[in-house]
Design a protein around this ligand. Structure first.
Ligand SMILES: Nc1ncnc2c1ncn2[C@@H]1O[C@H](COP(=O)(O)OP(=O)(O)OP(=O)(O)O)[C@@H](O)[C@H]1O
Ligand SMILES: [Mg+2]
Length: 180
């Protein structure tokens, strides 16, 4: 996959498919420590321990349409390739947290990609899920929360096309530190 947003959206999709109500995505880049941390946390249906132990195996899936699942194994491969680490913790009926830590300057780390579009796609199809994005890179701190946006929208649907396009730009500017 050519950018990190594509890896992250796979993990977000898993949280969406797990019937989550709240999904938090945390992306932190610490250039000093040379550390990239990606965390996706949800309050979805979670997984049993035995299932979780095998989750990075592509043949482990609850998919009905094909017998392999690729989202988690793709991220695991990226972590393996870059001397990073993937940790997934989950509790049935409580939720799941996926934590990827990677050396930021490793040559195999793809570019960040379009994080605004990634969030837009998630919100577009799931306007009733609350998404939080927290982005931190050195002195840039950007927080995006659909609950806050919905308050401002005052009844206007968050997945109206104009609003979605605005959100995408707002997020992409925010993570560059342009909204501060
Ligand atoms: N956040 C989550 N909450 C609950 N179950 C999860 C979560 N993430 C993954 N799973 C479980 O792990 C399985 C494997 O996930 P993975 O993303 O690797 O494949 P998939 O989602 O089945 O297929 P694909 O990602 O290729 O569409 C899923 O089928 C699902 O049962
Ligand atoms: Mg998946």
């Amino acid at each position: 996959m050519e950018d990190l947003a594509m890896y992250i959206i796979e993990i977000l999709m898993n949280s969406i498919h797990a019937s989550s109500h709240n999904i938090i995505c945390n992306i932190e880049i610490d250039t000093h420590e040379d550390l990239l941390t990606i965390i996706v946390e949800d309050d979805g249906k979670g997984m049993e321990e035995q299932f979780l132990n095998n989750i990075t195996n592509p043949f482990v899936t609850t998919r009905k349409t094909r017998k392999i699942g690729l989202g988690v194994s793709f991220l695991q491969s990226l972590c393996d390739q870059c001397n990073g680490k993937l940790v997934i913790k989950s509790r049935p009926n409580i939720g799941t947290i996926t934590i990827a830590t990677l050396p930021y300057s490793h040559w195999d780390i793809p570019p960040l990609g379009n994080i605004g579009e990634m969030m837009m796609l998630c919100i577009q199809a799931n306007p009733d899920i609350e998404f939080m994005l927290y982005f931190k890179k050195d002195n840039i701190n950007f927080l995006f929360d659909t609950k806050e946006i919905k308050k401002i929208l005052d009844g206007v649907k968050i997945n109206e096309p104009d609003i979605l396009l605005w959100l995408k730009d707002y997020i992409n500017q925010g993570i560059k530190g342009e909204n501060q």
